[in-house]
Design a protein around this ligand. Sequence first.
Ligand code: GLC
Length: 544
Amino acid sequence: MSQRTLARRDESVAREWLNDAVIYQIYPQSFADSDGDGIGDLPGVIDRLDYLEWLGVNTIWFNPCFESPFADAGYDVSDYLKVAARYGTNDDLERLVREAKQRGIRVLLDLVAGHTSVEHPWFQRELAASGPDPAGDRYVWRHGAPAPPKNDIEMPGTPQWVESPGPRPGWYLKNFYDDQPALNFGWANVRSDEPWRDAVDDAGPIRNREALREIMAFWLDRGVAGFRIDMAFSLVKDDDDLVETLQLWSETKHWLDDHYPDAVFIPEGVEPRATHEPAFDADFFLAIFEPHAALFDNGSAGSLPWTSHNPCYFDDAGRGTVQPFLEAFEQAQEGRPDRRIIVGSADHDFGRLASDRRNGASLESAFVFLLTWGSIPSIWYGDEIGMRYLPDAPDVEGAVCYPTYNRAGCRTPMQWDTSANAGFSSAPADQLYLPIDADPSRPDVASSRDDETSLLHLVRRLIQIRKETPSLHPGTGVEVIGDGYPLAYIRGGDHLVIVNPSSASSTVDLPQSDLPLELISNDVRVADGVIHVGPRGYAIFRLG
Ligand code: GLC
C-alpha cells in the first residue's frame, strides 16, 4: 500500500467561489421541455431550479444554447449572441441567470472558440467572396488540392481540408465535422510554401481574438459567471506544446482579470503543463482523450482509437486501477499547487455513471469519491438519480462521432417522474429529442425524492456534508493511504474517506488508534485497528 500526499492549493488564487462550486451540467435539449415541442428549453430549466436548489448544487454549466443548425448538437454556432429559438430567447437566459442567482446558483456557458457553423455569417461572407475582403481571413482557405487524408476513417477533431461548397474556389480548414470550419487564430510556424498560414498577429487572427472577447463580454454583462471553452487547445495551428495557444488564452485571461475579475474560464480538458502562467481557472480532468478517464469511464459509449484500455476503476469487477488517475492528478498539481481540477461524473461526450455494465451500489461509491476528492465535482444531469446510458440511442445531431462511439446514449431526456415521457415533455413520444429509457424500472426524480434510501438522497447528503466540512474542499490536500480496492484517503488531515467500488470485501488499516466518528457509511466496520469494507462499501469518518 503506497502512501502519497497530493499538493495543497495556494489559498491566494482569485475567484474563490470556484473552490466551493458543485457544478451541475445541463444539456439544454434534454433537461425539461416547457412548450411541448419535444426539445428541452430554458423556461423548462427555470421551472426546475427549485430542484437544483434542493439538491444543493451551486453552479450550472450549459452546453451551447446558441443559434445553430445543430449538425453537432449546437457545437456548430451560427450566432454567438443569440439563444437558439428552440431554447427560448436571450431574455429567457437573462431571467434564468437572475432566478438562479436568487437561489445561490451561478451559470456558466459553453464558448465554442475554435470553429463556427458553416451557416455563420462570417463563413457565408467568405464563401461568397471572390476577391480579398478587408473584413475576411476569419477562416483558413487554400487553393491547391490537399493531400488525401491518411486514414479511411477520419477522426473528428483532426484539422482537415474540406472542398469549398462554392462559389469561392478552394478548400477550407475544418476543426471537427465538415460543417465546423476552423476559425483562423494563425499558425505557430509561418511557411512560404503554405501561404494560407497566417501569423498569430495577422489581421484575421486578431479579428477573431477580438471577437472572442466581444462574445464573452456580451454574456458576462448579462450576468453569467464564466465559460467552459470548447476545444480550447485547438486554436493556433501547428502549435507544438500549445505555446502560442496558451499565450492567446493568457492574454484573454488578463483581459478577463481587468474587466470581469470574478468570472472564470475553464478549458475542455487539461491545460498542458507549461512554464507558462496559468491561462485558465480550472481544468476538466476526465476529458475523453485522457487515459486516466478510465477512473469512471467503463466504455459503455464505445471506444475511440485513443481510448485507454485500462479497466475502469469504479466497476464491480474490481479489476481496475486508480494509479493512472492518482499519477495524473499529482502531476497536474506538481509545481502548481493552486491548480484547480474538476472531476465530472460524466459529460455529453461520455457514457454515464450508470449503464448496463454498472449500476446500483457501485454508483454510490463513485459519488462518495466525486464529492470528497480534492477536486471540484461536476454532475452530469441525471447521474444523481442513476439514469442509464442507453446503448441503442439513435444518432441525433452528430452524436455518433466515430463508427464505434455513440454519444447519444448519455444525452437522453431527464427522467422527472412516472408520468408520460417521464415528465420531460408533453410531446408525442416519437417527437422527443431522443427516446426515453423504456425500462419500466428506470429511475426518476420524484420517486427518488420519495425514497430516503435512493442514490439521489445520498448525493444530496454528500453535497451537504461537503458544504459543512472545509476539510473536504479542494486545496486542503489529499493523503492516499490505500490505492487499490478500497481507495482510502485523508482529507484536510482530519477526514478519512473509504470507497470500495468492487463486489469483493477488503480491508484497510485504521490510520489512528481512536475510534473515528462516522459521518456516513455503508457496509464498513472498524475492529482492532482495521477497517473492514464490504462489497461496494464506503464511509466518511471524522478522525478524532
Ligand atoms: C468538444 C465537445 C464535443 C463537440 C466538439 C466539437 O469536444 O465536447 O461535444 O462535438 O468539441 O465542438
